[in-house]
Design a protein around this ligand. Structure first.
Ligand code: GLU
Length: 382
C-alpha cells in the first residue's frame, strides 16, 4: 500500500525525542538535515508543514552532561530550557539551509484547552503559515508543571493538527506502526496497516491509561488518533529510525494509516471533542443514550450519576450505564446544581434551583458524540 504524502495540503509532523537526540552524542544532525529535505520537498509541492518537535529535555541532558539518572521536575525544566534553545537553533539552521523560514511556538495545556487562548494560538500559527514560515512547536516544558502539562507530544500534536485544520498528522517515532499487541513482548503480535475507525478493540491495543512510563507509547498515539480522525485529520504512525522518513512513507515503507472520519466534527465542536481532560462525568440511562445518538440534547432527566468538580461551561464526558464514553459536551450547570437536578423532569427543576431552568444539561449545539458513534450516526442518516 502506498501512502503518498504529496496529496495532503496541510501536514503536521511529530518527531519523538529518541529520533532527534542521541543520549551520548547529542543532536542527530544528519538525520535532522535529511528530514528537512523531506519537509522542503512537501513545501515545494505546495503543502503547509507544521512540526511538533520533542527533544528539548533529552538534548538539554546531553548538553548539561546529565547521565541516565531520573530528573526532579525542576531539573527537567532546566534541562528543557537549555535543550529547547539548541533544538530551535538547529531547526532554524537546517530549514534556513533549504531557504525556509521557521518560527518557534511553545505552548502550555491552557493554550489549547481554554477557548480564548486556543483561538489566539490558532491565529498566530495561521499568520506564521501565511508568512511561509514553518512553525516549530513544543510544549513549554520550562513552565509547565505536572497538573498543567500535556506530558506527551502525541496528543499535543493531534490538538495542534486539528486546531489548524491539517488533513494529515504523521507521528514519527521508533515504532513503525500499530500492532495487535506489543511486539517487544508478544511474538504473535500482528501488524495493522490500516485502521478505518478506532473501535474499542483497536483502542485496547494501546494498553492502559497514559502514565509517566507509557509516555510516547501506543496509548498516547491512539488517543492522538481519536482526536485527529474525529476532526477529519488522517493519521500515520511510521518509523523515523531511517533517514528521510517522510519520503520513505511515500515510497511505501511500512506504516499504519488511520482514516479520518467520513463525518468530521467541525470548528467549535472539534475543540470540544478533542478536549484532553474532561472536568467531570455524567452517567446517563439507556433512554438518554438513544436520544443523544439521534442528535438530541442531554436532559437532566436522563442523568443518573454526576462526578467531578466542574463549573458551568466546562467540558464533561457522557458515559453509558456500562461506563463507556459516548459523548463530550459543555455542561450548562455546575457540579453542585447538576447533582441536585439529575434525574428530574424539566418542570421540576425551577422549584429546586429557585430560578427558571435551562432545559438541557448539555445542549445539542455544545455536544459531540465520540468518534466510534459519529460515523454510525452518519450511516443512519440522523
Ligand atoms: N516536550 C518534551 C521535550 O521536548 C517531549 C514530550 C514527549 O516526548 O512526548 O523534551
Amino acid at each position: 500500500m502506498s501512502l503518498s504524502l504529496q496529496v495532503y495540503r496541510r501536514i503536521t509532523v511529530k518527531i519523538g525525542s529518541a529520533l532527534l537526540v542521541d543520549r551520548s552524542k547529542g543532536l542527530r544532525r544528519e538525520w535532522l538535515s535529511a528530514l528537512v529535505d523531506d519537509i522542503a520537498e512537501l513545501v515545494e509541492g505546495g503543502a503547509d508543514v507544521l512540526v511538533v518537535s520533542s527533544g528539548a529535555i533529552a538534548l538539554g541532558r546531553t548538553i548539561l552532561g546529565i547521565g541516565k539518572r531520573s530528573l526532579k521536575l525542576e531539573e527537567s525544566q532546566a534541562a528543557a530550557a537549555v535543550g529547547q534553545i539548541a533544538l530551535a537553533g538547529a531547526w532554524s539552521d537546517e530549514l534556513g539551509r533549504k531557504g525556509l523560514r521557521s518560527g518557534q511556538i511553545l505552548v502550555t495545556l491552557g493554550d489549547t484547552e481554554e477557548r480564548r487562548r486556543y483561538l489566539n494560538a490558532r491565529a498566530t500559527i495561521s499568520t506564521l503559515l501565511k508568512m511561509k514560515a514553518v512553525p516549530i512547536i513544543n510544549e513549554n516544558d520550562t513552565v509547565a508543571t505536572t497538573e498543567i502539562r500535556y506530558g506527551d507530544n502525541d496528543r499535543l500534536a493531534a490538538r495542534v493538527a486539528t486546531m489548524m485544520g491539517a488533513d494529515l498528522l504523521v507521528l514519527l517515532s521508533d515504532i513503525d506502526g500499530l500492532y495487535s499487541a506489543s511486539p517487544a513482548i508478544d511474538p504473535n503480535a500482528r501488524f495493522i496497516p490500516m485502521v478505518d475507525r478506532i473501535t474499542p478493540e483497536i483502542d485496547a491495543m494501546g494498553g492502559g491509561a497514559a502514565s509517566e512510563l507509557s509516555r510516547g507509547g501506543m496509548r498516547t498515539k491512539l488517543d492522538a488518533g481519536k482526536i485527529a480522525t474525529m476532526a477529519g485529520t488522517s493519521m500515520i504512525i511510521a518509523s523515523g529510525k531511517r533517514l528521510n522518513p517522510l519520503a520513505a512513507i511515500t515510497r511505501g515503507e511500512r506504516a499504519t494509516y488511520f482514516r479520518a472520519s467520513t463525518k468530521p466534527v467541525k470548528g467549535f465542536k472539534t475543540w470540544i471533542a478533542g478536549n484532553l481532560e474532561p472536568a467531570g462525568r455524567l452517567t446517563v440511562d439507556a433512554g438518554a443514550v438513544g436520544a443523544l445518538m439521534s442528535g438530541k440534547s442531554l436532559l437532566p432527566a436522563g442523568v443518573k450519576l454526576v462526578s467531578g468538580a466542574f463549573s458551568r461551561g466546562d467540558t464533561v464526558a457522557v458515559l453509558t450505564p456500562e461506563g463507556r464514553e459516548i459523548a463530550r459536551g459543555l455542561v450548562a450547570y455546575d457540579a453542585a446544581d447538576a447533582v441536585r437536578i439529575a434525574g428530574l423532569k424539566t418542570s421540576e427543576i425551577a422549584g429546586i434551583l429557585g430560578h427558571e431552568a435551562r432545559a438541557a444539561m448539555i445542549h445539542r449545539d455544545d455536544l459531540v458524540l465520540s468518534a466510534e458513534h459519529t460515523d454510525t450516526v452518519a450511516l443512519t442518516g440522523s
